[in-house]
Design a protein around this ligand. Structure first.
Ligand SMILES: C[S@@+](CC[C@H](N)C(=O)[O-])C[C@H]1O[C@@H](n2cnc3c(N)ncnc32)[C@H](O)[C@@H]1O
Length: 329
Protein backbone atom coordinates (compact mmCIF):
# COMPACT_ATOMS: atom_id res chain seq x y z
CA UNK A 1 0.00 0.00 0.00
CA UNK A 2 0.99 3.64 -0.37
CA UNK A 3 0.44 6.54 1.98
CA UNK A 4 -2.47 8.71 0.82
CA UNK A 5 -1.20 11.37 -1.57
CA UNK A 6 -2.05 14.22 0.80
CA UNK A 7 -0.05 12.69 3.63
CA UNK A 8 2.83 11.80 1.32
CA UNK A 9 2.96 15.38 0.03
CA UNK A 10 2.71 16.78 3.54
CA UNK A 11 5.60 14.58 4.73
CA UNK A 12 7.64 15.46 1.64
CA UNK A 13 7.14 19.17 2.13
CA UNK A 14 8.11 18.75 5.79
CA UNK A 15 11.37 17.13 4.70
CA UNK A 16 11.97 19.35 1.68
CA UNK A 17 14.60 21.53 3.33
CA UNK A 18 16.62 18.54 4.52
CA UNK A 19 19.02 16.57 2.36
CA UNK A 20 19.26 12.77 2.59
CA UNK A 21 22.82 13.33 3.85
CA UNK A 22 21.57 15.51 6.68
CA UNK A 23 18.74 13.13 7.59
CA UNK A 24 20.70 9.88 7.37
CA UNK A 25 22.54 10.10 10.74
CA UNK A 26 19.37 11.23 12.56
CA UNK A 27 17.39 8.38 11.00
CA UNK A 28 20.17 5.91 11.78
CA UNK A 29 20.25 7.01 15.39
CA UNK A 30 16.46 6.87 15.75
CA UNK A 31 16.26 3.53 14.01
CA UNK A 32 18.99 2.10 16.27
CA UNK A 33 17.05 3.20 19.33
CA UNK A 34 13.83 1.78 17.87
CA UNK A 35 15.48 -1.52 17.05
CA UNK A 36 16.64 -1.92 20.62
CA UNK A 37 13.15 -0.95 21.82
CA UNK A 38 11.79 -3.91 19.81
CA UNK A 39 13.81 -6.30 21.94
CA UNK A 40 13.06 -4.74 25.30
CA UNK A 41 10.77 -1.96 26.43
CA UNK A 42 12.49 1.42 26.57
CA UNK A 43 11.55 4.06 29.00
CA UNK A 44 13.62 6.84 27.48
CA UNK A 45 11.93 9.44 25.30
CA UNK A 46 12.71 8.37 21.74
CA UNK A 47 11.50 11.45 19.84
CA UNK A 48 12.08 14.83 21.42
CA UNK A 49 13.53 17.26 18.88
CA UNK A 50 12.15 18.51 15.57
CA UNK A 51 14.95 16.53 13.83
CA UNK A 52 13.79 13.35 15.60
CA UNK A 53 10.20 14.06 14.57
CA UNK A 54 11.23 14.67 10.93
CA UNK A 55 13.22 11.43 10.96
CA UNK A 56 10.19 9.63 12.42
CA UNK A 57 8.02 10.95 9.60
CA UNK A 58 10.54 9.83 6.97
CA UNK A 59 11.41 6.46 8.39
CA UNK A 60 8.67 5.12 10.69
CA UNK A 61 5.39 6.86 9.84
CA UNK A 62 4.74 4.97 6.57
CA UNK A 63 5.27 1.61 8.28
CA UNK A 64 3.15 2.37 11.36
CA UNK A 65 0.48 3.81 9.05
CA UNK A 66 0.50 0.46 7.21
CA UNK A 67 0.21 -1.51 10.44
CA UNK A 68 -2.70 0.60 11.72
CA UNK A 69 -4.41 0.32 8.34
CA UNK A 70 -3.96 -3.47 8.41
CA UNK A 71 -5.35 -3.84 11.94
CA UNK A 72 -8.29 -1.49 11.35
CA UNK A 73 -9.06 -3.32 8.10
CA UNK A 74 -9.54 -6.56 10.05
CA UNK A 75 -11.81 -4.72 12.50
CA UNK A 76 -13.89 -3.24 9.72
CA UNK A 77 -14.26 -6.65 8.06
CA UNK A 78 -15.65 -8.04 11.35
CA UNK A 79 -17.86 -5.05 12.13
CA UNK A 80 -19.17 -3.74 8.81
CA UNK A 81 -21.97 -1.84 10.60
CA UNK A 82 -19.60 0.07 12.88
CA UNK A 83 -19.45 3.74 11.82
CA UNK A 84 -17.44 5.70 14.38
CA UNK A 85 -17.89 9.46 14.47
CA UNK A 86 -15.26 10.15 17.14
CA UNK A 87 -11.67 8.89 17.34
CA UNK A 88 -9.16 9.03 20.19
CA UNK A 89 -5.52 8.43 19.15
CA UNK A 90 -3.43 7.79 22.27
CA UNK A 91 0.33 8.37 22.01
CA UNK A 92 -0.49 9.78 18.60
CA UNK A 93 3.01 10.78 17.46
CA UNK A 94 2.40 12.79 14.27
CA UNK A 95 -1.22 11.52 14.06
CA UNK A 96 -0.52 8.32 12.16
CA UNK A 97 -3.60 6.41 13.38
CA UNK A 98 -5.84 9.39 12.67
CA UNK A 99 -4.68 9.43 9.03
CA UNK A 100 -5.04 5.66 8.71
CA UNK A 101 -8.57 5.61 10.18
CA UNK A 102 -9.55 8.17 7.52
CA UNK A 103 -8.49 5.88 4.68
CA UNK A 104 -11.36 5.64 2.16
CA UNK A 105 -11.54 1.86 2.82
CA UNK A 106 -12.13 2.59 6.51
CA UNK A 107 -14.08 5.41 8.18
CA UNK A 108 -13.41 8.54 6.13
CA UNK A 109 -17.17 8.96 5.64
CA UNK A 110 -18.19 8.75 9.28
CA UNK A 111 -15.39 10.32 11.35
CA UNK A 112 -16.13 13.86 12.50
CA UNK A 113 -14.19 14.47 15.69
CA UNK A 114 -10.61 13.46 16.47
CA UNK A 115 -8.68 13.86 19.71
CA UNK A 116 -4.97 13.08 19.89
CA UNK A 117 -3.03 12.61 23.12
CA UNK A 118 0.74 13.06 22.91
CA UNK A 119 3.52 14.15 25.24
CA UNK A 120 6.19 15.44 22.86
CA UNK A 121 5.81 19.03 21.65
CA UNK A 122 7.92 18.25 18.53
CA UNK A 123 5.51 15.47 17.51
CA UNK A 124 2.47 17.66 18.14
CA UNK A 125 3.77 20.53 16.02
CA UNK A 126 4.76 18.14 13.22
CA UNK A 127 1.34 16.44 13.46
CA UNK A 128 -0.45 19.78 13.27
CA UNK A 129 1.54 20.87 10.21
CA UNK A 130 0.77 17.58 8.43
CA UNK A 131 -2.91 17.78 9.40
CA UNK A 132 -3.18 21.33 8.08
CA UNK A 133 -2.57 19.91 4.59
CA UNK A 134 -5.51 17.51 4.66
CA UNK A 135 -8.64 18.15 2.63
CA UNK A 136 -10.68 16.50 5.42
CA UNK A 137 -11.99 18.90 8.03
CA UNK A 138 -12.00 16.22 10.76
CA UNK A 139 -8.21 15.91 10.33
CA UNK A 140 -7.59 19.65 10.01
CA UNK A 141 -9.71 20.43 13.07
CA UNK A 142 -8.40 17.58 15.21
CA UNK A 143 -7.71 18.48 18.82
CA UNK A 144 -4.14 17.86 19.96
CA UNK A 145 -3.81 17.43 23.72
CA UNK A 146 -0.30 17.64 25.25
CA UNK A 147 -0.44 15.11 28.07
CA UNK A 148 1.52 12.35 29.77
CA UNK A 149 -0.65 9.31 29.14
CA UNK A 150 0.64 7.50 32.21
CA UNK A 151 -1.48 9.97 34.22
CA UNK A 152 -5.15 10.90 33.87
CA UNK A 153 -6.44 11.96 30.45
CA UNK A 154 -8.57 15.07 30.15
CA UNK A 155 -10.98 13.54 27.65
CA UNK A 156 -14.30 11.69 27.51
CA UNK A 157 -15.43 8.58 25.69
CA UNK A 158 -14.89 8.07 21.93
CA UNK A 159 -16.42 5.61 19.47
CA UNK A 160 -13.02 4.40 18.29
CA UNK A 161 -9.89 4.40 20.45
CA UNK A 162 -6.52 3.48 18.91
CA UNK A 163 -3.09 3.27 20.46
CA UNK A 164 -0.29 2.21 18.12
CA UNK A 165 3.31 1.38 19.03
CA UNK A 166 2.92 2.97 22.45
CA UNK A 167 2.48 0.21 25.06
CA UNK A 168 6.15 -0.79 24.78
CA UNK A 169 7.26 2.78 25.47
CA UNK A 170 5.46 2.86 28.80
CA UNK A 171 6.97 1.55 32.03
CA UNK A 172 5.72 -2.01 32.60
CA UNK A 173 4.02 -1.10 35.87
CA UNK A 174 2.02 1.67 34.12
CA UNK A 175 0.54 -0.63 31.47
CA UNK A 176 -2.39 -2.21 33.36
CA UNK A 177 -3.78 1.20 34.38
CA UNK A 178 -3.14 2.45 30.84
CA UNK A 179 -5.14 -0.43 29.29
CA UNK A 180 -7.92 0.09 31.81
CA UNK A 181 -8.04 3.79 30.96
CA UNK A 182 -8.13 3.01 27.23
CA UNK A 183 -11.16 0.80 27.86
CA UNK A 184 -12.88 3.45 30.01
CA UNK A 185 -12.58 5.93 27.13
CA UNK A 186 -13.94 3.43 24.60
CA UNK A 187 -17.57 3.86 23.60
CA UNK A 188 -17.36 1.45 20.64
CA UNK A 189 -14.09 -0.25 19.69
CA UNK A 190 -10.57 -0.24 21.14
CA UNK A 191 -7.58 -1.25 19.01
CA UNK A 192 -4.11 -1.76 20.50
CA UNK A 193 -1.24 -2.26 18.05
CA UNK A 194 2.36 -3.22 18.78
CA UNK A 195 5.39 -4.27 16.73
CA UNK A 196 5.05 -7.83 15.44
CA UNK A 197 7.89 -9.15 17.58
CA UNK A 198 7.79 -11.70 20.42
CA UNK A 199 7.98 -8.82 22.94
CA UNK A 200 5.27 -6.81 21.16
CA UNK A 201 3.01 -9.87 21.01
CA UNK A 202 3.60 -10.63 24.71
CA UNK A 203 2.32 -7.13 25.56
CA UNK A 204 -0.69 -7.63 23.28
CA UNK A 205 -1.44 -11.00 24.86
CA UNK A 206 -1.43 -9.43 28.34
CA UNK A 207 -3.70 -6.58 27.20
CA UNK A 208 -6.03 -9.14 25.61
CA UNK A 209 -6.29 -11.05 28.90
CA UNK A 210 -7.01 -7.84 30.78
CA UNK A 211 -9.71 -6.75 28.35
CA UNK A 212 -11.36 -10.17 28.48
CA UNK A 213 -11.47 -9.79 32.28
CA UNK A 214 -13.06 -6.37 31.76
CA UNK A 215 -15.76 -8.17 29.74
CA UNK A 216 -14.84 -6.68 26.38
CA UNK A 217 -15.94 -8.52 23.24
CA UNK A 218 -13.00 -9.62 21.15
CA UNK A 219 -13.38 -8.46 17.55
CA UNK A 220 -10.05 -9.33 15.89
CA UNK A 221 -7.75 -10.94 15.12
CA UNK A 222 -8.72 -13.87 17.36
CA UNK A 223 -11.61 -16.07 16.27
CA UNK A 224 -12.54 -16.83 19.90
CA UNK A 225 -12.56 -15.40 23.41
CA UNK A 226 -10.72 -18.38 24.92
CA UNK A 227 -7.13 -18.53 26.02
CA UNK A 228 -4.57 -17.87 23.30
CA UNK A 229 -3.24 -21.15 21.84
CA UNK A 230 0.06 -19.67 20.60
CA UNK A 231 2.99 -21.45 22.27
CA UNK A 232 5.72 -19.70 24.23
CA UNK A 233 8.19 -20.15 21.37
CA UNK A 234 5.92 -18.47 18.81
CA UNK A 235 4.07 -15.19 18.38
CA UNK A 236 0.96 -14.14 16.51
CA UNK A 237 1.51 -11.27 14.11
CA UNK A 238 0.55 -9.97 10.69
CA UNK A 239 2.29 -8.10 7.93
CA UNK A 240 1.57 -5.09 5.74
CA UNK A 241 3.60 -4.20 2.67
CA UNK A 242 4.25 -0.47 2.45
CA UNK A 243 5.86 1.43 -0.45
CA UNK A 244 9.05 3.32 0.39
CA UNK A 245 9.44 6.89 -0.77
CA UNK A 246 12.51 7.88 -2.81
CA UNK A 247 13.82 9.84 0.15
CA UNK A 248 13.30 6.83 2.43
CA UNK A 249 15.33 4.67 0.03
CA UNK A 250 18.06 7.30 -0.19
CA UNK A 251 18.20 7.83 3.55
CA UNK A 252 18.13 4.16 4.47
CA UNK A 253 20.27 3.16 1.48
CA UNK A 254 17.70 0.42 1.01
CA UNK A 255 17.37 -1.16 -2.40
CA UNK A 256 13.83 -2.40 -2.08
CA UNK A 257 10.95 -0.18 -3.07
CA UNK A 258 8.88 -1.45 -0.17
CA UNK A 259 9.07 -2.73 3.38
CA UNK A 260 7.00 -5.38 5.13
CA UNK A 261 5.88 -4.05 8.48
CA UNK A 262 5.10 -6.76 11.02
CA UNK A 263 2.55 -5.95 13.68
CA UNK A 264 0.57 -7.60 16.46
CA UNK A 265 -2.75 -6.26 17.67
CA UNK A 266 -5.93 -6.84 19.58
CA UNK A 267 -9.34 -5.21 19.09
CA UNK A 268 -12.27 -5.21 21.52
CA UNK A 269 -15.79 -3.91 21.20
CA UNK A 270 -18.40 -2.82 23.72
CA UNK A 271 -21.02 -4.54 21.55
CA UNK A 272 -21.30 -8.22 21.02
CA UNK A 273 -20.42 -9.13 17.42
CA UNK A 274 -19.63 -12.10 15.27
CA UNK A 275 -16.06 -13.33 15.56
CA UNK A 276 -14.68 -15.07 12.48
CA UNK A 277 -14.49 -18.88 12.64
CA UNK A 278 -10.80 -19.04 11.93
CA UNK A 279 -7.90 -16.73 11.08
CA UNK A 280 -4.92 -17.50 8.84
CA UNK A 281 -1.88 -16.62 10.92
CA UNK A 282 1.01 -17.26 8.51
CA UNK A 283 1.71 -16.85 4.82
CA UNK A 284 -0.20 -19.68 3.09
CA UNK A 285 2.16 -22.21 1.53
CA UNK A 286 1.01 -22.88 -2.00
CA UNK A 287 2.53 -26.17 -3.16
CA UNK A 288 2.01 -28.39 -6.17
CA UNK A 289 -1.37 -30.01 -5.63
CA UNK A 290 -2.19 -28.50 -2.25
CA UNK A 291 -2.32 -25.39 -0.06
CA UNK A 292 -1.14 -25.54 3.54
CA UNK A 293 -2.57 -23.01 5.99
CA UNK A 294 -1.92 -22.36 9.65
CA UNK A 295 -5.27 -21.35 11.11
CA UNK A 296 -6.19 -20.19 14.61
CA UNK A 297 -9.61 -21.51 15.69
CA UNK A 298 -11.60 -21.90 18.88
CA UNK A 299 -10.35 -25.49 18.92
CA UNK A 300 -6.73 -24.32 18.87
CA UNK A 301 -4.16 -24.04 16.07
CA UNK A 302 -4.82 -26.14 13.00
CA UNK A 303 -2.57 -27.05 10.08
CA UNK A 304 -5.13 -27.14 7.30
CA UNK A 305 -4.07 -28.86 4.10
CA UNK A 306 -6.41 -28.37 1.15
CA UNK A 307 -5.88 -30.69 -1.76
CA UNK A 308 -6.42 -29.65 -5.36
CA UNK A 309 -8.84 -32.58 -5.62
CA UNK A 310 -11.23 -30.68 -3.35
CA UNK A 311 -11.93 -28.19 -6.17
CA UNK A 312 -14.13 -25.45 -4.65
CA UNK A 313 -12.43 -25.41 -1.27
CA UNK A 314 -9.04 -25.37 -3.02
CA UNK A 315 -10.00 -22.42 -5.22
CA UNK A 316 -11.07 -20.43 -2.14
CA UNK A 317 -8.04 -21.52 -0.14
CA UNK A 318 -5.68 -20.25 -2.86
CA UNK A 319 -7.14 -16.76 -2.43
CA UNK A 320 -6.58 -16.66 1.32
CA UNK A 321 -3.83 -14.45 2.66
CA UNK A 322 -2.00 -14.11 5.94
CA UNK A 323 -4.62 -12.45 8.17
CA UNK A 324 -7.67 -13.58 6.19
CA UNK A 325 -10.69 -14.77 8.14
CA UNK A 326 -11.64 -18.28 7.12
CA UNK A 327 -14.64 -20.54 7.53
CA UNK A 328 -13.24 -24.01 7.97
CA UNK A 329 -15.47 -26.72 6.54
C1 LIG B 1 6.53 4.86 18.45
S1 LIG B 1 5.64 6.34 18.60
C2 LIG B 1 4.08 5.91 17.85
C3 LIG B 1 3.39 7.10 17.30
C4 LIG B 1 2.11 6.77 16.52
N1 LIG B 1 1.13 6.17 17.37
C5 LIG B 1 2.41 5.90 15.34
O1 LIG B 1 1.92 4.76 15.32
O2 LIG B 1 3.14 6.32 14.44
C6 LIG B 1 5.17 6.37 20.30
C7 LIG B 1 4.55 7.70 20.70
O3 LIG B 1 4.06 7.60 22.03
C8 LIG B 1 4.39 8.81 22.70
N2 LIG B 1 4.50 8.54 24.14
C9 LIG B 1 5.30 7.63 24.75
N3 LIG B 1 5.15 7.71 26.09
C10 LIG B 1 4.23 8.69 26.31
C11 LIG B 1 3.67 9.24 27.49
N4 LIG B 1 4.01 8.79 28.71
N5 LIG B 1 2.74 10.21 27.35
C12 LIG B 1 2.38 10.67 26.13
N6 LIG B 1 2.90 10.19 24.97
C13 LIG B 1 3.82 9.21 25.07
C14 LIG B 1 5.75 9.18 22.12
O4 LIG B 1 6.05 10.53 22.35
C15 LIG B 1 5.55 8.84 20.66
O5 LIG B 1 5.05 9.91 19.93
Amino acid sequence: MELPIELRDAVNSELAGRSPKELAPVVENLSKRYRSSLQAAVEERLVQTSDDAAAYAAFRLPATYGAVYGALGQVKAQLPEFRPTSLLDVGAGPGTAMWAAHHPDLWQDSLEKVTLLEREAAMISLGKRLAAQSSLSSIRKAEWVPVDITGDWPTGSHDLVVTAYVLGELPEEARPVFVQQLWEKTGGVLVIIEPGTPAGFARIRKAREMLLNLEGNLVAPCPHQGSCPIGDDDWCHFTQRVARSRLHRQVKAGELGYEDEKFAFTAFSRQQGEACRGRVIRHPQIRKGHVRLKVCTSAGLIDWVVSRKDKDVYRNARNLKWGSPVDLP
